[in-house]
Ligand binder design. Structure first.
Ligand code: G4P
Ligand code: NA
Ligand code: NA
Length: 194
């Protein structure tokens, strides 16, 4: 997606060979117009898949998910990372290990909001090692719902997550796929892979 790649080229900061900072439009300050364009792009790609629900994970997956949900006319459910005061029982839960942070956390979604009737589009901001998406896939399976695919804003294609998920036969649409962050430069794959 050209608009997104241009934004990354203009405003992204390469912090290391593995980490791209995009807090001017995605991870801290949020660019609503760009999020709307991203959400509409996911919606266009999945418009014929019978999606009934967007599933994402707090916090940075929520903004692009909202616009996809708005365009497709379906609700957005976000997995919580911390225990909530009101979210106490009847949960689907999965363990997510972050290699980046070297910690494992439970993520949860209420059983009220996901069922065997659902066809799910999973959306997240980054795809790195794929652990967050694998946790969401686990929760969708627990609900006996169907996953139509995974929409990712920025995939780091040089890390393992994209391969792991596609090897399972799951469709992955990343709107920007980064080939390398070496030498302080962002290099993209020619086409965002699907
Ligand atoms: P994984 O799920 O693909 O295995 O990713 P990992 O554990 O490595 O990622 C942990 C957190 O770091 C996630 O956000 C993820 O989106 C983010 N992340 C991974 N690589 C990058 C990167 O290159 N740049 C930026 N900006 N973020 C990256 P999170 O902790 O869940 O935070 P948030 O969703 O609340 O923003
Ligand atoms: Na993030
Ligand atoms: Na995220």
């Amino acid at each position: 997606m050209k608009l997104l790649k241009d934004k990354i080229a203009q405003e992204g900061k390469v912090l290391s060979e593995n980490v791209l900072k995009v807090d001017t439009f995605l991870n801290h300050q949020i660019d609503p117009e760009l999020m709307q364009a991203i959400g509409e792009e996911f919606a266009t790609r999945y418009k014929d898949e019978g999606i009934t629900k967007i599933v994402t994970i707090e916090s940075s997956g929520i903004a692009p998910s909202m616009f996809a949900g708005l365009t497709l006319g379906v609700p957005v459910v976000f997995a919580r990372k911390r225990k909530s005061l009101t979210l106490t029982d009847n949960l689907y839960t999965s363990k997510v290990h972050s290699f980046t942070k070297n910690e494992t956390n439970d993520i949860s979604i209420s059983q009220n909001f996901l069922s065997s009737d659902d066809v799910v589009l999973i959306i997240d901001d980054f795809l790195a090692n794929g652990q967050a998406v694998l946790g969401l896939l686990d929760i969708v399976e627990q609900a006996n719902a169907k996953t139509a695919g995974v929409g990712i804003v920025i995939e780091k294609g040089f890390q393992t997550g994209g391969g792991i998920i596609r090897e399972r036969g799951i469709r992955v649409d990343s709107l920007a796929n980064i080939k390398s962050l070496a030498n302080g430069k962002v290099e993209f794959f020619e086409e965002a892979s699907t």
